[in-house]
Ligand binder design. Sequence first.
Ligand code: GDP
Length: 510
Amino acid sequence: NYISVSKLANLLNCRIETLMKDLRKLGFSNTTHNYILSKEYVELILQEYNYNLPASSLTLTSANAYDELKSPIDPKLLKKRPPIVTIMGHVDHGKTTIIDYLRKSSVVAQEHGGITQHIGAFKITTPITKKNITFLDTPGHAAFLKMRERGANITDIIVLVISIEDSIMPQTLEAIKHIKKSGNELVVAITKIDMISRKQDREKALDKVMNDLINNDISIEKIGGDVQVVPISAKTGENMDLLEESIVLLSDMMDLRSENSPRTTVEGWVIESKVKKTVGNVATVLIKKGTLRNGTILLSGDTYCKVRSMTDEFGKQASKAEPSQVVEILGWKSLVNAGDEVLQAKTEAIAKKLIAKRAALLEVEKEATFVDKLNEKTAFELKKGKDAEQVKEDDDNDEENIVEKGPKQINFIVKSDVSGSAEAIQESIASLGNDEVKCTVISSTVGLPTEGDYKMAQITNSQIFCFNLGNLPNDIINNKYHIPIKQFNVIYKLIEEVIKTLTDNLKPIF
Ligand code: GDP
């Protein structure tokens, strides 16, 4: 809830000089670029002057700074897209072997001389129905956890791999838990069936796995449910085509679609990113909507890109990338983060502006976190003091206790530049304190300290805190009443000082 003048100017998209001029008119005399305004001031400024910032923008955070680049989906423009599939399962149950088989056997792969690039994902064309499937080949990846944390579930279907020899193991259970929570659709592959050659033994082992699945509330076809179970061997390739077609069948039922028209702006996710020696920063991006072409401006995290070229998993140049496709993109100004969202901006200028806006928001959030931490820490320290005192009291509770009850009051008189800040300060410091020391704001008014303030301070034993009043004249600092005067022009410094005064007034602990 705090923002500096320069960051606000950035958010309002106005010249900082203009903003400072208006602030001066409002009574903020001594502002600098780094001067911190509270939310209340910002609201005041927005009210007084017609800045082009909807009030809702004040709830902007770095996490949603790019939201204006996202447009609502137009149902008329939805087109079918291939499923995005992730393989999960217990270690050594055969995930890598399945992926290797798919990479090598795929018709597309063979046409292109094999998948040569590891870019985090690859697509196959199924042998019978000739449909495309995109497989993500690094599901344990931190990027995926990050995406999930943000509520982005980029996977449509999970293939749960279970070895016929071991059945359900701890990581299988974890995967099942994840599948249930994420709401992903499921196909089960019982693998390594070539390891059991006797038909009867194989049937028995398959039954055991299926019973284990039922016992874990997986509604498999055998009991009338809709989860397909396919016994496979990734080593011999037995039933691998069936597994692929099961995925197609399921995805057809899911009727997966993305908006994709010439006017659809591109959105996607960074799967991987790295610096390549000769070409610079590259990022593998999974396209969520729209068609990506060379020359498009993309934005992600704190950087952007004018797409210089796109490469597919066969190491071939791609002229476009459509929803559910994955391409390695060249042209990023700096390295992007795996797991971050990618959005299309109309121009480079817009991209740069939004990046600056997000950076400003990040700064503000850091400051706000600082103030929160400070308050938390003080609350803790105050409590510690109190607990220690409690122990001491318990120790000598025989003695007659003549200490007055209730917290000790520490009094403040606040003088500030505008009424908005007077209220804001009162609100932020009035609640500080605990059972032992308590902050009391005797008054909080606008303008320089007056005779009346000094007298009140004398009677109530207050300090006077001045906020944003510029450099105070000497006759105020060295007032004849000897009232301590402190000046601030940043709210959190003032809060910090109040907290320090309160802490200093805790009874010493021996
Ligand atoms: P991951 O840890 O789940 O990726 O498992 P891997 O794919 O690395 O497989 C673990 C071991 O099982 C390896 O030695 C594989 O060769 C073997 N394996 C995987 N799938 C099969 C299969 O279908 N049949 C047989 N016989 N061995 C398999």
